[in-house]
Design a protein around this ligand. Structure first.
Ligand SMILES: Cc1ncc(COP(=O)(O)O)c(C=O)c1O
Length: 262
């Protein structure tokens, strides 16, 4: 089994799944392709069938904008077949139990979290009402606007190649004299703004701006203006409004009319 991360949440990198599939095919590799789509599915372009993904998984807490607590798994016929002879130890997440109950109708082998299932219904209704393609486009706009703001602040993206830029999260590298954890702490304490910490190798070096889920252009601009104030407070010489202006200039040209209000 080959396990691949579609979107790397810690560094804001989106991997090219189509290329991974092509590589496996080129070598006629028999591995099953399992994709961690926790910070991509329902926000980035993801094509389970076209890319020959065998198992895709996500969580309720990211692009679905729900509380934490629900894992969502989708398996291909090939993966279901392979699971019949797989010898790995399984207990709670044994598909066999779920599939047996599905055959009987909408039943579950264990007590389901009904409130999360209602939440999922609503989250999907919102996504389908907007249209999945439009959701992906909106994330691209939000990602682009964030990157323009970062550039205007004179800071750099932790992701070094444009083709890997993530449209769901941007990890911003701070100058060496600034501790990025302090940026995150200060944002929380003074402006009630939640930024992401840098993790492991990039701890103290980057902070993260999440831009996924039920988020619109104006909410993002509010976040970007908060980041500017935080940067100024921690001693980074930022011109207030510079990132917001760059993002707003782009968004005012690219944001479409809301379809249901045309
Ligand atoms: C890409 C990715 N995979 C896995 C996880 C882990 O999810 P969980 O904390 O729900 O186990 C995260 C959490 O942020 C993530 O971003």
């Amino acid at each position: 089994m080959y396990i691949y991360m579609h979107n790397e949440t810690a560094t804001g990198v989106t991997n090219d799944l189509a290329a991974v599939r092509a590589l496996l095919d080129k070598h006629a590799h028999p591995a099953l392709l399992l994709v961690d789509g926790v910070s991509s599915i329902c926000a980035l372009d993801f094509r389970m069938d076209e890319w020959g993904v065998d198992v895709a998984l996500t969580g309720s807490q990211k692009a679905l904008s729900m509380p934490t607590g629900m894992g969502i798994v989708c398996a291909s016929p090939r993966a279901l077949e392979a699971s019949k002879t797989a010898r790995s130890v399984r207990v709670f997440f044994d598909w066999k139990d779920y599939l047996r109950f599905y055959d009987m109708g909408t039943y579950w082998p264990y007590t389901p979290s009904i409130q999360l299932l209602y939440g999922l219904r609503t989250a999907l209704d919102l996504i389908f009402e907007e249209g999945l393609d439009n959701v992906v486009r909106r994330h691209n706009r939000l990602g682009t606007a964030t990157r323009l703001a970062v550039e205007a602040w004179g800071l750099s993206n932790c992701c070094q190649k444009e083709e890997w830029f993530s449209d769901t999260v941007t990890a911003v590298v701070v100058p060496p004299n600034i501790d990025s954890a302090e940026v995150v702490r200060h944002a929380w304490k003074r402006y009630n703004l939640s930024l992401g910490l840098g993790l492991n190798k990039v701890a103290g070096k980057v902070f993260r701006i999440g831009h996924l889920g039920n988020l619109n252009e104006l909410q993002l601009l509010g976040c970007l203006s908060g980041v500017e104030m935080v940067l100024k407070d921690v001693g980074y010489p930022v011109k207030l409004g510079s990132g917001v202006a760059a993002a707003a200039a782009y968004l005012s040209n690219s944001t479409p009319l809301i379809p249901s209000r045309i």
